[in-house]
Design a protein. Structure first.
Length: 351
């Protein structure tokens, strides 16, 4: 099995994963000719020779071309006024996009872990920081914080020390046991995308996230593949990614639900659909040290999340509404009314 979902020492499993991928590509070529043939060609081009450091970095770096493609894909919605054929076509297109995205995510991470120490970019997460939605939202909140409501020093220190994320990921990968990729479906109370999975197809709330456009998508990419469509997220990979998602939502007090991803939900991608007892066994297979490291990683990402930044901005909004002593103003207004005076713009009472 390859690195995103298993330890690198399982050479036999790696060969099996390569064979399974080849079979899946053959099936998807027949079902979704245009989308998956293009994805297969891209994959073959990448695997023909190991990329150098610059090429490897390019795989994780967003481009303007990718942005326009992702925005078009995220804005596609079924037209209820047309015939019933149109929604079916759109759903098939979204399914093909999702599978192509998963293959891209998987292949990108595989190349990263197969690269030599000299080729692999050092502290990749720090290099990619500026393209993350979490960092952009942090900068926005920082600009709006005229009253000093944010703990700017702590957050700035976290962003400056973001390289610790790569250190923790490497430690987790070293300790996590080899497992077959398993699929889960995650939903939150309001149908939003707090984990900032890469979005594919129609969205209930129109905030598309590009592949590698968020810190969480970068982190989860080391453990599996993920995406978000309409009002739910999909994750396929090691149980470590599932655990990360649970810790993340719990730390932010986000109501969430998790269910096994059915076998037919994501076609042409190999994963196990596990019921709750099997999920329990997988979690029991993780040692305490690995769980602690996953929790530390989840807390760091939660503190830097778009969700947390939005909450800080909401507090700024409340502060702007309550920026003066309302009780004092009521007393002054009562005095003016008792004197038969009408408050006007020349009122010199300080706010």
């Amino acid at each position: 099995m390859t690195e995103p979902t298993a330890k690198p020492s399982t050479e036999a499993n790696s060969h099996q994963g390569t064979t399974a991928t080849a079979k899946k590509e053959q099936k998807s070529d027949k079902a979704n000719a245009q989308d998956n043939v293009h994805a297969s060609k891209t994959m073959l081009a990448n695997t023909a020779e190991m990329p150098d450091k610059a090429a490897l970095l390019t795989l994780f770096t967003l481009s303007d071309t990718q942005e326009s493609i992702d925005e078009v894909g995220a804005s596609e919605q079924p037209d209820t006024d047309t015939s019933t054929i149109q929604p079916t076509a759109n759903e098939s297109n979204v399914a093909a996009q999702r599978v192509a995205l998963y293959h891209t995510q998987h292949e990108r991470t595989r190349l990263l872990y197969m690269a030599s120490a000299n080729t692999r970019p050092t502290y990749l997460v720090q290099t990619l920081k500026s393209q993350f939605a979490e960092y952009q939202q942090y900068l926005l909140a920082q600009q709006l914080d005229k009253r000093g409501l944010m703990d700017t020093e702590m957050l700035e220190r976290l962003w400056q020390q973001l390289h610790v994320v790569d250190d923790i990921i490497a430690d987790i990968v070293h300790h996590m046991p080899a497992q077959q990729p398993a699929g889960w479906q995650l939903t939150t109370q309001d149908g939003r995308n707090p984990l900032c999975f890469a979005t594919v197809g129609k969205l209930k709330h129109g905030k598309p996230i590009r592949d590698q456009g968020s810190l969480n998508s970068y982190v989860l990419g080391h453990f599996g593949v993920s995406s978000f469509t309409y009002d739910r997220g999909y994750y396929i990979g090691h149980v470590v990614g599932y655990l990360f998602s649970c810790y993340f939502c719990a730390h932010l007090s986000i109501s969430y639900g998790v269910a096994a991803l059915g076998q037919q939900v994501v076609a042409d991608y190999d994963y196990a659909s596990l019921e709750t007892p099997h999920m329990v066994r997988l979690l029991q297979g993780l040692d305490g040290y690995c769980k602690k490291r996953v929790y530390q990683l989840a807390v760091i990402c939660a503190r830097l999340s778009v969700f947390a930044s939005d909450k800080r901005i909401e507090r700024m909004l409340i502060a702007e509404v309550n920026d003066f002593d309302k009780k004092l103003q009521q007393q002054h207004l009562d005095v003016l009314l008792l004197q038969g005076l009408m408050p006007d713009s020349n009122d010199s009472t300080p706010l």
